[in-house]
Design a protein. Structure first.
Lengths: 457, 237
């Protein structure tokens, strides 16, 4: 028998008793709707958790320069000067798995305002994207510095809440000027409170400024030196200019090369380096891809041979990522259990009504058999009816589920997200519920004796 | 050659411990295009014989050849195909599907026939059959909108749609008034003589049996031989 005939017959049978069909599918409708709603709210929760995790830095991938040994003494992580701002730009441009990149220049110096002073845990020179990576873009007050100010090495900065407390006694610092190593900075924004990080470090004890400003005006010692203990010797002219502007900036304990000597012994590398590059992967599961992309890009940019070791190292937040995926997994499993139970109940309803339907239509079955329907034809017909019932229920359930999750997101303001997986699963599961629970009644119908069926009253 | 050959057909029902023999050894032949009436009081076993003849049931023992083919060993599926192809049924209570139109009721057996007919061909045949029984104007009426006689005509059209060799009618006029009965019987007569369809009618109305060329009487699970010979004498072929 042709498939479309079977479906036509099934739809005719269902249309005959619309009320009953509707009530029967109610079980499936409610089951599927519940599953979809739960899945979408769950998905939303997952997204929210992921976002929270991301703000903790779960998607962060940190690139640090490698270590260098001088005369057998290893200077530890970050002592090589191999990372450049250009590296950061290229990572942003070339790595599809990376959403944001920010170079960081670190300093640890005193900050002065009026008669108060404070040494922030973090004095970072960076770009505005740093705030995107740390999910810190909404400011408590004022605004963040811009790319333009980075290019201009403007003397502006953004401070965290702890600094507001320590330097400004809680008063608004926006528009006020502070001094960092005798360089005057205008405070243009205050960051939102973030509290301590997982290690217990106060994240609000932070001062952010354009990396060019920190690099050239504050750390200032050189174009190449990130390590402030060894004053190296590039860009003498510029250095001298800075020295003239801020005479007490440098107190060299050691012999400084003269200008002539510097011209005689050009340092081999003449690019500005940064202390680290902070990047954010697009999502938690893209972190391995991001690491891989960044690694191969940097090896290429640094012209490393296949046998050379990396002159940088890449870190991700494995611990947080693991927690995140474990949470998500548990939530999915929980929802799956709920889904199974509600669909089981719905399926039993379907089986029940199909049994009634078989009994009710015994004569019809007998007649169909008499005119030549094979047992298989009868089986298919009733199975098609059950599956159609379930699929209808599934479709309705999906619509209702989508609707109610929309309402939930509207009224309760819970985050929801469409779960395509849940929709596909709902369709498949409702079809298989139809087959599983429709089979017994259909089998019973196909086993009927045509003579008795014809005589049935 | 005989279309139907029965050889010592027995049928015993088992009701718990009790064995209930209904047919006790029936042998008969029906030739092609013959018109036979099966008569007998209720409980005589004529319905059981009818079911066996119609391949709805299997005999407990004995041989049944339909068109030269041994039937008693066939599986349910094979018998279903055979019923679809070779046999038409007309019932006392019409047995039309109430939710379908006359046209759809007539079409139904074609759905189960594995000839891969096109939709158009199926429709053409269905309409043709309804015309044949004189219901061309009632194609899209549901059974409840038709009179008893019309319903029976639809049922006859349905039984004929697969061009069967033999038509079994179980009390076809039992639910009809005498005038409609006469019309139906005339239709049967016409099918038998024009289309050379073999007809076997179960009835206990002697008036109906008179239309047949031969009457076979069943009594207590056996053919009542005196009456059978009488019936055979009436055959003038």
């Amino acid at each position: 028998m042709k498939l479309y005939r079977t479906l036509q017959m099934a739809s005719l049978a269902l249309r005959h008793n619309i009320m009953r069909a509707a009530l029967t599918t109610l079980g499936i409708i409610i089951g599927v709707a519940a599953v979809i709603t739960m899945m979408e709210i769950g998905n939303g929760a997952k997204v929210a958790i992921q976002r929270t995790m991301a703000s903790m830095g779960a998607n962060t991938v940190v690139v640090l320069p490698g270590a260098i040994s001088v005369a057998g003494v290893n200077n530890g992580q970050g002592s090589m000067m191999t990372l450049t701002p250009r590296d950061a730009d290229e990572i942003m441009r070339e790595c599809p798995s990376v959403s944001w990149v920010a170079p960081i220049v670190r300093a640890r110096t005193q900050v002065v305002y009026g008669n108060r002073n404070w040494v922030p845990t973090y004095v970072y020179g960076t770009t505005p994207l740093f705030l995107n990576i740390r999910d810190w873009t909404d400011m408590y007050e004022g605004e963040a510095f811009t790319e333009h100010e980075v290019l201009n090495s403007s003397k502006v900065c953004v401070v965290g809440q702890t600094i507001v407390k320590e330097l400004f006694s809680g008063q608004s610092p926006v528009g006020k000027h502070i001094r960092i190593r005798n360089v005057d900075f205008k405070v243009i924004g205050v960051l939102r409170k973030k509290g301590a990080n997982l290690m217990g470090m106060d994240q609000d004890d932070i001062l952010l400024a354009p990396w060019t400003t920190i690099k050239y005006r504050v750390v200032a010692s050189s174009l190449t030196g990130g390590n402030q203990s060894s004053t190296s010797s590039a860009g003498a002219g510029e250095l001298n200019t800075l020295n003239m502007i801020y005479p007490n900036l440098q107190q060299n304990l050691y012999y400084t090369q003269t200008t002539t000597e510097q011209y005689d012994a050009q340092p081999p590398i003449r690019f500005p380096n940064v202390d680290q590059i902070l990047t954010a992967a697009r999502s938690g599961d893209q972190i391995p891809a991001a690491i891989q992309h960044i690694s191969s890009l940097l090896r290429q940019r640094h012209r490393l041979r296949a046998t050379d070791p990396d002159d940088f190292s890449i870190r991700d937040m494995t611990e947080i990522t693991k927690t995140m995926s474990a949470t998500a997994e548990m939530m999915t499993e929980l929802l799956l259990c709920v889904a199974m139970i509600s669909l089981l109940v719905g399926g039993i309803g379907i089986m029940n009504i199909m049994l009634v339907s078989v009994t009710e239509r015994t004569r019809e079955i007998g007649l169909r058999m008499a005119v030549g329907a094979e047992p298989g034809d009868i089986l298919r017909q009733f199975l098609a009816e059950a599956v159609m019932l379930c699929m209808l229920g599934g479709t309705m359930g999906i619509l209702i589920g989508r609707g109610s999750s929309y309402v939930v997101s509207l009224v309760l303001r819970w985050p929801t997200a469409i779960s395509v997986g849940a929709i596909v699963a709902a369709v498949l599961v409702s079809a298989s519920v139809g087959i599983a629970f429709g089979f017994y009644p259909a089998y019973k119908a196909s086993r009927l004796d045509p003579i008795e069926a014809l005589r049935y009253e | 050659m005989n279309l139907i050959e029965l050889n010592d057909i027995c049928k015993t029902y088992h009701l718990g411990e009790l064995d209930l023999p209904v047919l006790k050894g029936i042998s008969m032949q029906v030739a092609k295009a013959e018109y036979v009436a099966l008569m007998g009081v209720s409980g005589s076993g004529k319905s059981t014989l009818m079911n066996i003849l119609g391949c709805l049931d299997r005999p407990t023992s004995g041989e049944y050849r339909l068109d030269g083919r041994e039937i008693s060993g066939l599986t349910a599926k094979e018998r279903a195909r055979l019923r679809n192809r070779m046999i038409g049924f007309v019932f006392q209570n019409f047995n039309l599907l109430p939710r379908m139109t006359a046209f759809e009721n007539v079409l139904m057996p074609l759905v189960y026939c594995r000839d891969n007919l096109t939709e158009r061909e199926m429709e053409r045949r269905s309409v043709e059959m309804l015309q044949k029984v004189g219901l061309a104007h009632r194609l899209h009426h549901k059974p409840l909108q038709l009179s008893g006689g019309e319903q029976q005509r639809v049922a006859i059209a349905r039984s004929l749609i697969n061009r069967p060799q033999v038509l079994f009618a179980d009390e076809p006029t039992g639910n009809l008034d005498s005038r409609t009965s006469e019309e139906i019987l005339q239709l049967f007569q016409q099918l038998n003589s024009d289309d050379r369809i073999t007809l076997i009618i179960v009835t206990h109305d002697p008036g109906v049996a008179l239309h047949a060329q031969r009457t076979v009487r069943i009594k207590d699970g056996l053919i009542d031989s005196s009456a059978a010979s009488l019936g055979a004498g009436a055959v003038a072929q």
